[in-house]
Design a protein around this ligand. Sequence first.
Ligand code: PLP
Length: 443
Amino acid sequence: EIEAAKLDKKTQKSKEMYARAQKHLAGGVASSYQLRDPWPIYLEGGSGPRVWDVDGNEMWDFHNGFGSMVQGHANPIIGKAIADRYPKGTHFAAPTEDAIVVGDELARRWNLPKWRFTNSGSESTMDAIRIARAYAGRDTVMKIFGSYHGHHDTVMVSIGVPYGEIGDKDDLKSLPYGAGIPDATVQMTVAVPFNDADAMERRIVALDKEGRKPACVIMEAAMMNLGVVLPEPGYLEAVREITKKHGIVLIFDEVKTGLQVAPGGATELFGVLPDMVTLAKGLGAGLPTGAIGGTEEVMSVVEDGSVYQVGTYNGNPLGVAAMRANLLDVLTPDAYKHLAHLNDRIVGGCQDVVDKYDLPGYAVGIGSKGCVTFAPEKVVDYASYKEHQNGPLADLAWLYNMNRGIFMTPGREEEWTLSITHTDEAIDAFVAVFDEMARDLTT
Ligand code: PLP
């Protein structure tokens, strides 16, 4: 309560803006994920690893646009690419050369030969699923219970449990995530637990018997919305094996892992090649861009014209110019080395605090992403997250951060994202705030 009151006091201009916004913005925001109690923090600007809000509070940014700004705010190389493109026109709905260069580079990084562009992560997963359904000639989609893959109907299923119990691990329920999703669509998506290849195999066999074999499995190689949940050794290899055996398209949703964890994303990091990948955040350096990559076989349904993978703004010149500069000149191998150095330091620093004060939790991270999971037992899937996560401690950590110059994602299930402009100083500031909270809690 003390920390909440402190934050309220220093964000009074945000409060006023929120009141103003209620008039014509539904709920006072542009997207429901921007809401937080009692009001959202309105930002004014950002530069490199820093952001500042309308009240003049300046902070280290560990939110980074839900992980999109891995190149840092107002990156001058991206700025130049956009500024050079603008006077030559920003939209034609006709191809430009930059799209070819970006396609070549993504193919090189992901070892998948065929690419298309979209404008967001949701569009990427929506189109990838349609392509997989067309290729496999089946309708059912398999996902991991608890995973978020964007806001289209097929994947707004079995993410959280506002509407009921999750069910037995061999028969997890298909639950809508929010209202307005047709039940017929919800029932076409089937969820299985993360880190349990046997459960996946059993469910596929059961569905096959019912004549509902899945067209695809869509999953993150490491779950990124329960904090960070890493795949257990051998899990991804087993999933690859199972999907291949059953003729099911394996889609790695790399919207959060992609450019943020390694040059070739989680695919490179874990060494398991899916049939398709979806990208967005981190790809366009803050511009609304996305991409889908796939094998020759799967993408043949796009090439032969049977699937319409379309969009007025796909391959938008401004977007592809930003992607090109981002991939070729900003997110270089050295940039990933720097991120690895920083992440080792922040994960190590936070784990030291956990150990020093004997907190119920652990620090975990890959690439630019990581978190402290406040749970006495290791979280391996949604059920263990639900059972063990200490929500109030996660909420308190957010307030401590905000009150001490660390801007973080608002949800309990979110993680930090570092940018290549972060420094040891930023990391030390983060760890120091965590230490302060732990000390206050335990003394
Ligand atoms: N897939 C994953 C793994 C995500 O985390 C998200 C967004 O958080 C999406 C897809 C949807 O991306 P967008 O919000 O750009 O539509």
